[in-house]
Ligand binder design. Structure first.
Ligand code: PEP
Length: 255
Protein backbone atom coordinates (compact mmCIF):
# COMPACT_ATOMS: atom_id res chain seq x y z
CA UNK A 1 0.00 0.00 0.00
CA UNK A 2 1.44 3.39 -1.00
CA UNK A 3 1.77 6.19 1.54
CA UNK A 4 -1.14 8.62 1.68
CA UNK A 5 -0.51 11.61 -0.55
CA UNK A 6 0.82 9.70 -3.54
CA UNK A 7 -1.22 11.32 -6.28
CA UNK A 8 0.24 9.70 -9.36
CA UNK A 9 -2.15 7.49 -11.32
CA UNK A 10 -0.40 4.20 -12.12
CA UNK A 11 0.39 3.57 -15.77
CA UNK A 12 0.79 0.12 -17.32
CA UNK A 13 2.29 0.18 -20.80
CA UNK A 14 2.79 -2.81 -23.09
CA UNK A 15 5.74 -2.70 -25.48
CA UNK A 16 4.90 -5.16 -28.24
CA UNK A 17 8.31 -4.65 -29.89
CA UNK A 18 8.42 -6.31 -33.35
CA UNK A 19 5.55 -8.71 -32.63
CA UNK A 20 1.84 -8.67 -33.36
CA UNK A 21 2.04 -6.65 -36.56
CA UNK A 22 -1.09 -8.05 -38.18
CA UNK A 23 -4.38 -9.69 -37.27
CA UNK A 24 -2.96 -10.98 -33.98
CA UNK A 25 -2.26 -7.40 -32.95
CA UNK A 26 -5.87 -6.40 -33.52
CA UNK A 27 -7.08 -9.34 -31.46
CA UNK A 28 -4.65 -8.50 -28.67
CA UNK A 29 -5.72 -4.84 -28.65
CA UNK A 30 -9.40 -5.78 -28.53
CA UNK A 31 -8.75 -8.25 -25.73
CA UNK A 32 -6.81 -5.70 -23.66
CA UNK A 33 -9.55 -3.08 -24.15
CA UNK A 34 -12.20 -5.54 -23.06
CA UNK A 35 -10.32 -6.51 -19.89
CA UNK A 36 -9.27 -2.93 -19.06
CA UNK A 37 -12.87 -1.72 -19.32
CA UNK A 38 -13.72 -2.75 -15.82
CA UNK A 39 -10.50 -1.62 -14.10
CA UNK A 40 -10.47 2.01 -12.97
CA UNK A 41 -7.67 4.09 -11.47
CA UNK A 42 -4.94 2.97 -13.84
CA UNK A 43 -3.84 4.30 -17.23
CA UNK A 44 -3.30 1.64 -19.88
CA UNK A 45 -1.14 2.03 -22.99
CA UNK A 46 -0.15 -0.39 -25.75
CA UNK A 47 2.72 0.13 -28.20
CA UNK A 48 2.11 -1.92 -31.35
CA UNK A 49 4.44 -2.00 -34.36
CA UNK A 50 4.01 0.69 -37.01
CA UNK A 51 2.13 -1.53 -39.45
CA UNK A 52 -0.93 -1.65 -37.21
CA UNK A 53 -0.49 1.52 -35.19
CA UNK A 54 -3.05 3.73 -36.90
CA UNK A 55 -5.60 0.96 -37.32
CA UNK A 56 -5.35 -0.09 -33.67
CA UNK A 57 -5.51 3.52 -32.49
CA UNK A 58 -8.70 3.90 -34.52
CA UNK A 59 -10.12 0.68 -33.16
CA UNK A 60 -9.34 1.68 -29.56
CA UNK A 61 -10.98 5.10 -29.82
CA UNK A 62 -13.50 5.42 -27.03
CA UNK A 63 -11.83 2.65 -25.00
CA UNK A 64 -9.64 3.36 -21.98
CA UNK A 65 -6.53 2.04 -23.73
CA UNK A 66 -4.23 4.57 -25.38
CA UNK A 67 -1.70 3.89 -28.09
CA UNK A 68 2.04 4.54 -28.10
CA UNK A 69 4.67 4.39 -30.81
CA UNK A 70 7.96 2.65 -30.09
CA UNK A 71 10.17 5.33 -31.62
CA UNK A 72 10.09 8.54 -33.66
CA UNK A 73 12.34 10.70 -35.79
CA UNK A 74 12.96 14.12 -34.30
CA UNK A 75 12.12 16.24 -37.37
CA UNK A 76 8.57 17.14 -38.33
CA UNK A 77 8.96 16.12 -41.98
CA UNK A 78 11.57 15.89 -44.72
CA UNK A 79 13.67 13.57 -46.83
CA UNK A 80 14.28 10.96 -44.13
CA UNK A 81 13.40 7.68 -45.82
CA UNK A 82 11.92 5.10 -43.52
CA UNK A 83 11.36 7.45 -40.61
CA UNK A 84 8.19 8.75 -38.94
CA UNK A 85 7.76 12.05 -37.08
CA UNK A 86 5.94 13.03 -33.91
CA UNK A 87 3.21 14.99 -35.77
CA UNK A 88 2.63 11.93 -38.02
CA UNK A 89 2.30 9.66 -35.00
CA UNK A 90 -0.18 12.03 -33.41
CA UNK A 91 -2.18 12.12 -36.61
CA UNK A 92 -2.17 8.31 -36.62
CA UNK A 93 -3.87 8.38 -33.22
CA UNK A 94 -0.88 7.93 -30.90
CA UNK A 95 -0.81 9.76 -27.61
CA UNK A 96 2.52 8.37 -26.42
CA UNK A 97 5.94 7.37 -27.71
CA UNK A 98 8.61 5.16 -26.14
CA UNK A 99 12.03 6.81 -26.43
CA UNK A 100 15.51 5.46 -25.70
CA UNK A 101 14.56 1.83 -25.13
CA UNK A 102 17.71 -0.17 -24.39
CA UNK A 103 17.23 -2.16 -27.61
CA UNK A 104 17.38 1.09 -29.56
CA UNK A 105 20.42 2.24 -27.61
CA UNK A 106 22.08 -1.16 -28.15
CA UNK A 107 21.17 -1.99 -31.78
CA UNK A 108 20.42 1.39 -33.36
CA UNK A 109 23.09 3.60 -31.87
CA UNK A 110 20.83 5.82 -29.81
CA UNK A 111 22.72 8.07 -27.42
CA UNK A 112 21.77 10.33 -24.54
CA UNK A 113 21.94 13.22 -27.02
CA UNK A 114 19.63 11.61 -29.59
CA UNK A 115 17.23 10.59 -26.83
CA UNK A 116 17.07 14.20 -25.65
CA UNK A 117 16.42 15.39 -29.18
CA UNK A 118 13.56 12.92 -29.54
CA UNK A 119 12.06 13.85 -26.17
CA UNK A 120 12.07 17.51 -27.21
CA UNK A 121 10.45 16.70 -30.58
CA UNK A 122 7.75 14.57 -28.96
CA UNK A 123 6.91 17.12 -26.33
CA UNK A 124 6.86 20.00 -28.81
CA UNK A 125 4.32 18.07 -30.89
CA UNK A 126 2.17 17.12 -27.89
CA UNK A 127 3.14 13.44 -27.90
CA UNK A 128 3.82 12.11 -24.41
CA UNK A 129 7.28 10.55 -24.05
CA UNK A 130 7.99 7.37 -22.07
CA UNK A 131 11.75 7.69 -21.74
CA UNK A 132 13.73 4.58 -20.86
CA UNK A 133 16.85 4.50 -18.72
CA UNK A 134 18.74 1.65 -17.11
CA UNK A 135 22.14 0.16 -16.48
CA UNK A 136 23.87 -2.81 -18.10
CA UNK A 137 24.85 -5.80 -15.94
CA UNK A 138 28.59 -4.91 -15.84
CA UNK A 139 27.64 -1.38 -14.77
CA UNK A 140 25.52 -2.73 -11.90
CA UNK A 141 28.27 -5.13 -10.91
CA UNK A 142 30.76 -2.27 -10.88
CA UNK A 143 28.48 -0.30 -8.53
CA UNK A 144 27.76 2.27 -11.23
CA UNK A 145 23.97 1.93 -11.47
CA UNK A 146 23.12 5.39 -10.16
CA UNK A 147 25.95 7.08 -12.02
CA UNK A 148 24.62 5.65 -15.31
CA UNK A 149 20.97 6.34 -14.57
CA UNK A 150 21.68 9.92 -13.43
CA UNK A 151 23.65 10.59 -16.61
CA UNK A 152 20.76 9.25 -18.72
CA UNK A 153 18.09 11.17 -16.79
CA UNK A 154 20.09 14.41 -16.76
CA UNK A 155 20.21 14.30 -20.55
CA UNK A 156 16.46 14.94 -20.90
CA UNK A 157 15.01 15.96 -17.54
CA UNK A 158 15.18 19.67 -18.31
CA UNK A 159 12.90 19.06 -21.28
CA UNK A 160 10.41 17.12 -19.11
CA UNK A 161 10.61 20.03 -16.69
CA UNK A 162 8.92 22.30 -19.24
CA UNK A 163 5.71 20.32 -18.71
CA UNK A 164 5.89 18.43 -15.41
CA UNK A 165 3.81 15.25 -15.46
CA UNK A 166 3.44 15.13 -19.24
CA UNK A 167 6.33 12.73 -19.74
CA UNK A 168 7.10 9.46 -18.00
CA UNK A 169 10.40 7.77 -17.15
CA UNK A 170 10.79 3.99 -17.34
CA UNK A 171 13.60 2.48 -15.27
CA UNK A 172 14.55 -0.70 -17.08
CA UNK A 173 17.71 -2.42 -15.84
CA UNK A 174 19.01 -3.85 -19.10
CA UNK A 175 19.98 -7.15 -17.46
CA UNK A 176 16.31 -7.69 -16.56
CA UNK A 177 14.79 -7.10 -20.00
CA UNK A 178 13.54 -10.29 -21.62
CA UNK A 179 15.77 -12.39 -19.38
CA UNK A 180 13.34 -13.49 -16.69
CA UNK A 181 15.67 -11.83 -14.14
CA UNK A 182 13.56 -9.23 -12.43
CA UNK A 183 14.90 -6.57 -10.08
CA UNK A 184 13.48 -7.22 -6.64
CA UNK A 185 11.10 -4.61 -5.20
CA UNK A 186 13.86 -3.24 -2.96
CA UNK A 187 16.33 -2.92 -5.84
CA UNK A 188 13.68 -1.21 -7.96
CA UNK A 189 12.52 1.12 -5.19
CA UNK A 190 16.09 2.20 -4.47
CA UNK A 191 16.68 3.33 -8.05
CA UNK A 192 13.20 4.83 -8.46
CA UNK A 193 13.63 6.89 -5.30
CA UNK A 194 17.05 8.01 -6.52
CA UNK A 195 15.57 9.10 -9.86
CA UNK A 196 12.87 11.09 -8.07
CA UNK A 197 15.48 12.66 -5.82
CA UNK A 198 17.50 13.62 -8.87
CA UNK A 199 14.42 15.28 -10.38
CA UNK A 200 13.88 17.16 -7.11
CA UNK A 201 17.21 18.86 -7.74
CA UNK A 202 15.55 20.40 -10.74
CA UNK A 203 12.07 21.06 -9.37
CA UNK A 204 9.90 19.63 -6.64
CA UNK A 205 6.93 19.77 -8.99
CA UNK A 206 8.72 17.74 -11.67
CA UNK A 207 9.77 15.14 -9.07
CA UNK A 208 6.30 14.67 -7.64
CA UNK A 209 4.45 14.76 -10.98
CA UNK A 210 6.70 12.42 -12.98
CA UNK A 211 5.61 8.81 -13.11
CA UNK A 212 8.54 6.42 -12.93
CA UNK A 213 7.65 2.99 -14.34
CA UNK A 214 9.61 -0.19 -13.73
CA UNK A 215 10.41 -2.46 -16.69
CA UNK A 216 12.23 -5.76 -16.96
CA UNK A 217 10.57 -9.17 -16.85
CA UNK A 218 7.39 -7.91 -15.15
CA UNK A 219 4.95 -10.83 -14.99
CA UNK A 220 1.62 -11.46 -13.25
CA UNK A 221 3.39 -13.18 -10.35
CA UNK A 222 5.87 -10.39 -9.55
CA UNK A 223 3.86 -7.30 -10.54
CA UNK A 224 2.08 -6.68 -7.26
CA UNK A 225 5.30 -6.59 -5.22
CA UNK A 226 6.94 -4.13 -7.59
CA UNK A 227 3.88 -1.93 -8.02
CA UNK A 228 3.42 -1.63 -4.26
CA UNK A 229 6.74 0.24 -3.93
CA UNK A 230 6.36 3.88 -3.01
CA UNK A 231 8.15 5.26 -6.06
CA UNK A 232 7.08 2.67 -8.63
CA UNK A 233 4.24 4.30 -10.55
CA UNK A 234 3.53 1.54 -13.02
CA UNK A 235 5.26 -0.83 -15.40
CA UNK A 236 6.60 -1.00 -18.93
CA UNK A 237 5.92 -4.60 -19.92
CA UNK A 238 7.44 -6.47 -22.85
CA UNK A 239 6.86 -10.22 -23.14
CA UNK A 240 3.89 -10.38 -20.78
CA UNK A 241 2.06 -7.66 -22.73
CA UNK A 242 1.63 -10.07 -25.65
CA UNK A 243 -0.93 -12.22 -23.80
CA UNK A 244 -4.23 -10.67 -22.83
CA UNK A 245 -4.55 -12.64 -19.60
CA UNK A 246 -1.03 -11.80 -18.41
CA UNK A 247 -1.25 -8.12 -19.30
CA UNK A 248 -4.70 -7.86 -17.71
CA UNK A 249 -3.38 -9.43 -14.50
CA UNK A 250 -0.60 -6.80 -14.38
CA UNK A 251 -3.13 -3.99 -14.97
CA UNK A 252 -5.24 -5.38 -12.13
CA UNK A 253 -2.20 -5.59 -9.85
CA UNK A 254 -1.70 -1.82 -10.25
CA UNK A 255 -4.89 -0.80 -8.45
C1 PEP B 1 10.71 -4.07 -22.45
O1 PEP B 1 10.86 -4.44 -23.59
O2 PEP B 1 10.62 -2.85 -22.20
C2 PEP B 1 10.63 -5.07 -21.39
C3 PEP B 1 10.61 -4.67 -20.15
O3 PEP B 1 10.59 -6.39 -21.77
P1 PEP B 1 10.29 -7.67 -20.83
O4 PEP B 1 9.09 -7.32 -19.99
O5 PEP B 1 10.02 -8.78 -21.77
O6 PEP B 1 11.50 -7.87 -19.99
Amino acid sequence: MKAVGTQRTPLIAGNWKMYMGGRAGHELARGVAERAKGVGGVDVVVAPPLTVLAAIAHELEGSRVQVSAQNLYPKDEGAFTGEVSAPMLLEAGCKWVIIGHSERRQYFGETDASVAEKVAAAQKAGLRPIVCVGELLPEREAGKTLEVVYRQVDAFSRILGDQPGFGVIAYEPVWAIGTGKVAGPEQAQEVHAAIRQRLTGQSAELASATRVLYGGSVKPDNAAGLLACQDVDGALVGGASLKVADFAAIIEAAV
